[in-house]
Design a binder for this molecule. Structure first.
Ligand code: HEC
Length: 144
């Protein structure tokens, strides 16, 4: 009687570890991790640790645009706590402000996709986009 239950539990655990579908906290953390990885490419280029490569920069901007488009879908009222979330309660108190911060990243990253064509325009335009990360995190994320 014990064994089938054990198998089901093991399968459920395995599925959670791989995709975490239907778990908004795990999904939003994974989505922001992809944004963080995309930002690292940009950060390394800004610091001169990586050679400027337009395709890589555009790919990172594309990740910002895609994730920011509907990132708020991972914040239902049922997912305020747990899963080692660093999402601040402020998100649910001020969902309009949170959505506006997302829309700002979406608009700035979209504009940067069009305006960044070489290293000079990258240096001129990228700061505005990267400022949007901190602007949101300062208000809508708790420091751990
Ligand atoms: C509109 C708000 C908002 C914007 C804009 C935003 N973030 Fe986030 N970010 C969050 C929230 C909320 C979390 C916490 C999610 C959680 O723990 O549930 C987070 C978490 C993260 C994490 C941690 C992911 C993890 O759990 O390991 C990284 C890395 C990150 N953001 C990078 C970025 C970068 C880079 C940018 C800018 C390109 C950015 N974020 C823009 C709201 C935002």
């Amino acid at each position: 009687m014990i064994r089938p239950l054990f198998v089901v539990a093991a399968l459920a655990l395995g599925a959670t570890a791989v995709v975490a579908q239907g778990d908004p906290i795990a999904e939003r953390k994974a989505a922001m991790k992809s944004v963080g990885a995309a930002a690292k490419v940009i950060g390394d280029t800004m610091k001169g640790d990586a050679k400027f490569e337009l395709a890589a920069i555009q790919k990172s901007l594309g990740t910002f645009v895609t994730v920011s488009k509907d990132y708020d879908k991972f914040f239902p009222a049922t997912a305020k706590e747990g899963g080692e979330t660093t999402a601040a309660p402020k998100i649910w108190e001020d969902m309009a402000g949170f959505k506006a911060a997302l829309a700002k990243l979406n608009a700035d990253a979209t504009a940067a996709q069009a305006s960044i064509k070489d290293e000079a325009s990258f240096k001129a335009e990228i700061g505005k986009v990267m400022g949007d990360c901190k602007a949101c995190h300062d208000v809508y994320r708790v420091k751990k």
